[in-house]
Design a binder for this molecule. Sequence first.
Ligand SMILES: Nc1ncnc2c1ncn2[C@@H]1O[C@H](COP(=O)(O)OP(=O)(O)OP(=O)(O)O)[C@@H](O)[C@H]1O
Ligand SMILES: [Mg+2]
Length: 348
Amino acid sequence: MAEDLSPSERRDRVALHDLHVEFRSGGQRVQAVNGVDLRVGEGEVVALIGESGSGKSVTLRACMRLHPEASTRYTGRLEVAGHDVLELTSRELSRLRGKTVAMIFQEPLLALDPVYTVGEQIVESLRRHEGLSRAQARQRALGLFQKVRIPSPERRLDAYAHEMSGGMRQRAMIALALACNPQVLLADEPTTALDATVQIQILLLLRDLQRELGLSIVFVTHDIGAAAEVADRMAVMYAGRIVEQGPAAQLLSRPRHPYTQALLLSRSHGAMVRGQRLQTIGGSPPDLARLPAGCAFADRCAHAQAACRATQPPPRSVGPAHEVRCLRLDELQHLQGSPLHHAAGAAA
Ligand SMILES: Nc1ncnc2c1ncn2[C@@H]1O[C@H](COP(=O)(O)OP(=O)(O)OP(=O)(O)O)[C@@H](O)[C@H]1O
Ligand SMILES: [Mg+2]
């Protein structure tokens, strides 16, 4: 999707370097994000995938510093649209949130205010952040509704969120998110609540808008088929780390990390079925308050050895822009069979 710019010409819109996010909660320290490195270029679409609790939402929300300040500790670097997010004042931060970076969620009713019509909310946002007059803002809102392909846009501007269908609400939320021409769109499972046909319509709409507006998008999904259809790159998270990232097609056709392989294993011989959620994997992820010293997947991995439990695997390049964190990469190339501990029946 970013084919018109060569990688060297593309600027990073999101650059996370060794990002850690730790929550202090009930006397415990929960290490939800543990050293994430992720770059998203201008006009690039990156999908974050991984099991529940792997830190996908925490990573996205960190990009806007949305976690409660009192109980959250961020370390590392977090650059979004050229801003050093961890250094911004609260005023700069609200400008970033209101204008430069937009976020959409699984549930549009959380983003859309029930007491105002959707049109009023877009108009209000445009007046506040862009200084437009009411009439100008209304005109722009109408254009946005057309852009997100809401039928009878004039009439729908005056509707309340609860009067719309799920797919329509999602489009309205996207219109609101795009109102102030953001550079970056963060989408947390934007289509999970919708049925499969509407899901794909929304994802294709996002892709079209991305092309038209040169947006950079990071989206979280449980649907690898959908990710394959929309993303340039994919990043696989496990216990707050990215264990593998690379060009979507390559990662899907030749996953290298045992965890990525396990996630993809169930999909009928690699076929990407849209609307299918991620396979659940035997065993459970580690406690984020007591992370192991070595690879966090080791306890569920049939190929784990003593070294895997002792050392944090560094990222290794396995192809252009394709990185994997697994100590046993070389040996595994020659191994056949399931990477799953339970499936392989191996002893711990
Ligand atoms: N404010 C918070 N305080 C304490 N722990 C938190 C906080 N926010 C998130 N967590 C914890 O961080 C971990 C990662 O959560 P996150 O929401 O990022 O998971 P996820 O990958 O988005 O999962 P899902 O697919 O279920 O949405 C979880 O264990 C969660 O309970
Ligand atoms: Mg989440």
